[in-house]
Ligand binder design. Structure first.
Ligand code: HSE
Length: 430
């Protein structure tokens, strides 16, 4: 019998317990895939007495997760605690410094400290693997790092947060308000412990920063991601979008441009028949375009015990077999600075909704603001007739520079007939 790979698991929450379950359930078959037995030798979690529904008999318990880094009976630490700093980071640093491999599902940690951790891994001839950090069960990290390694990647985009996709799908299908559907998502356990990470786009931005690094060979640059969430998406915008032939999705978009790397997370209007518009509920999807392979699309469950543990165990198997791929596909010394392009330089079509008093002459003021900033209108729509009352006016505009759009909307917001902050959603012709 070949030497087993000895695994220490830190964190026995949904993902940790899921990982134990996969290893216990498929242990025998996995020996062939891994080339040797995968043995859980140690664990660490907050409450030893809690019943997690998994068999941990014969496994060493450490109250302090950092002890896994120095346990001679551990070759690989699976960090399933979470959080960008604190104990998760301390554990990964200590484990890598001790030459132990690290597998993590921690997107915040990799988005903030991935490049430095990868350097520590290299220095100590250890592996840092994080398939589970992005899009749960979808093997998108392996696809970018290995499957598409022959290509120059120029763009990728995706639905990277299941909670937001669940909320937007439900709002579209039921006409309900955002807050109402968020409550439901929390009750179903989809949202992060701090749901603002989901709905304000932070979780998707963590994932996008990681994907952009792999795609473009640049150091992870979370600070360079423009982030907006879905709090301001309202049923009326979803309705108008449908009327105009679009759906609304929270997308992460990363693009290589002449000026540098564009990284942004925000609600997008996408053509109703685009494949990504058909990704419903908690599912995630990523489209990657490579110069030789052309378009590739990956879709699956982005969260939950089973899908995330599936990704954790896939990393463990790669490491057990002796796979030694650099964490970001190239040695860290070869990663270029990200040179992120500011959002003001973004150029694209926009949807705008105004609430204006229904009276003669209002449109002349709006048209003047558009003209002052050379913004070219594509279509306009006013629904209803309510003299003297606010009514929605919806416009789409042709390709416009973001900086000009912002100035135009500032001017429009100052018109006396405009009674609410104008709402703007970028149109993405995916
Ligand atoms: N809260 C995340 C989501 C799950 O809703 O997609 C894991 O990243």
């Amino acid at each position: 019998m070949t030497t087993p790979l000895k695994i220490g698991i830190a964190g026995l929450g949904t993902v940790g317990a899921g990982t134990v379950d996969v290893l216990n359930t498929h242990g025998t078959q996995l020996i062939h895939r891994a080339g040797r037995p995968l043995e859980i030798t140690a664990v660490s979690a907050r409450d030893k007495s809690k019943d997690r529904g998994v068999d941990l008999s014969g496994v060493t318990w450490h109250d302090d997760p950092i002890a896994l880094a120095s346990d001679p009976n551990v070759d690989l630490v699976a960090e399933l605690i979470g959080g960008s700093d604190g104990i998760a980071k301390d554990l990964c640093e200590a484990a890598l410094a001790a030459g132990k491999h690290v597998v993590t599902a921690n997107k915040a940690l990799i988005a903030h400290h991935g490049t430095v951790l990868a350097e520590t891994a290299e220095t100590n001839s250890a592996c840092l693997a994080y398939e589970a950090a992005v899009a749960g069960g979808i093997p998108i990290i392996k696809a970018l790092r290995e499957g598409l390694a022959a290509n120059r990647i120029d763009s990728l985009y995706g639905i990277l947060n299941g909670t937001c996709n669940y909320i937007l799908t439900n709002m579209a299908e039921s006409g309900r308000e955002f807050e109402d559907v968020l409550d439901e998502a929390q009750q179903l356990g989809y949202a992060e412990a701090d749901p603002s990470f989901d709905i304000d786009g932070v979780d998707a931005a963590h994932k996008l920063a990681i994907l952009a690094s792999l795609a473009f060979g640049t150091a992870v640059d979370f600070g360079g991601v423009h982030v907006e969430g879905i709090r301001h998406v309202s049923p009326i915008d979803i309705e108008f979008a449908a009327e105009l032939g679009y759906g609304i999705k929270l997308l992460g978009v990363a693009r290589r441009t002449d000026a540098g790397i564009e990284q942004r997370v925000h609600p997008c209007m996408v053509p109703v028949d685009a494949p990504i518009n058909h990704v419903r509920g908690v599912f995630n999807a990523v489209e990657v375009v490579g110069d030789f392979v052309d378009r590739t699309i990956y879709q699956g469950r982005g969260a939950g015990a089973g899908p995330t543990a599936s990704a954790v165990v896939a990393d463990i198997i790669d490491i057990a077999r002796g796979g030694r791929v650099p964490a970001f596909g190239v040695p860290t010394a070869a990663l270029k600075p990200a040179a992120t392009v500011a959002m003001e330089s973004h150029q694209g079509p926009y949807y705008v909704r105004l609430m204006v008093v229904d009276e003669p002459g209002v449109f002349a003021g709006i048209a003047a603001s558009l003209s002052d900033h050379s913004v070219s209108m594509e279509s306009v729509l006013q629904r209803g007739r309510a003299p003297g009352e606010p009514v929605p006016v919806v416009m789409t505009v042709h390709d416009t520079k973001e900086a000009d759009m912002v100035k135009t909307l500032d001017d429009i917001a100052g018109l006396s007939a405009v009674v609410e902050t104008p709402r703007m959603i970028r149109i993405e012709m995916v």
